[in-house]
Write a protein that binds this ligand. Sequence first.
Ligand code: BTN
Length: 325
Amino acid sequence: MHKNHILRLLRSSRTGYVSGAELASTLGVSRTAVWKQIKAIERDGYGIEAVPSKGYRLTASPDLIRIDELRSGLATGTIGRDITYVPVAVSTNTTAMELAQRNAAEGTAVVAETQTGGKGRLGRSWISPRGNLYLSVILRPEVPTHKAPLLTLMGAAATANAIRAAAKITAGIKWPNDILINGRKVGGLLTEMSAEQDRIRHIVLGIGVNVNMELTALPDEVRMLSTSIAAETGAPLDRTSLLRQILQELDRCYLAFLADERSVLVAWRALNVTLGMRVVVSGLGGTVEGLAHEIDREGRLLVRLDDGSVQAVAAGDVTIMKRKP
Ligand code: BTN
């Protein structure tokens, strides 16, 4: 890709400057084509100074995810064995679904710096400013479709564990897969699936984590309930390290799931902040209020209503009414 090549040449220049003519001849393109690439590099967040008699000079580099460093230090068997980096994606889930349809390998990960059409659960959008993590991973488990929700719970457990390890802060999970720090949402997961009859063809596990963004990037109504890792710890977090940790945790949890799917429920329970709480669950079928007392083998939330009956909820939004005593 020309942009990367130009950046390499600018970084390795002894004087700091590289002339447009030199870039054009090294790349084998016209000077106008070089200029267009320079403009594209600036749009990616780099600062480039152009001095007529000297050429171009790199003045500032954005804080980007370092994919080469990530690849070289990654200790996983399946997850992240292919990584597609898209600086600006519409939605990493959409890119990953397209790659999966074209037979991309299991474990392929799509990573973006920002999304223009980020998707959230229940048809909502996911505001995706720069400074956060946007990741989607392709899975091809040989399990029936009704097991798919377990993979989302698995992803939530892996993400919460990775945040704990990388940021040294307690992250929990609110059913089904909201990642919380100090009661505020710091991340979420969206799973999309392609299936035939009762067989999963592929699943895309989409993970969004608010890492270093300014909270003011969120609309008021979302900001009240949200947070970022940096806002909670008081310091920016290296996103490359967090991403590596998430991929490694996903790899470990996915292997455990394939060996014994009950491992997901064990991991999820250990991190959840929902069970034992009085909750209101609003879903497609209306609202349910009661005690969240268990999740079943398919990941549904079992709510004990005040009349003693138990209702299994497959999808919805949980509001926690009371803290655990
Ligand atoms: C939620 O509503 O809590 C789920 C949010 C999931 C967001 C992630 S960001 C990466 C991936 N791409 C998307 O468009 N959505 C998911």
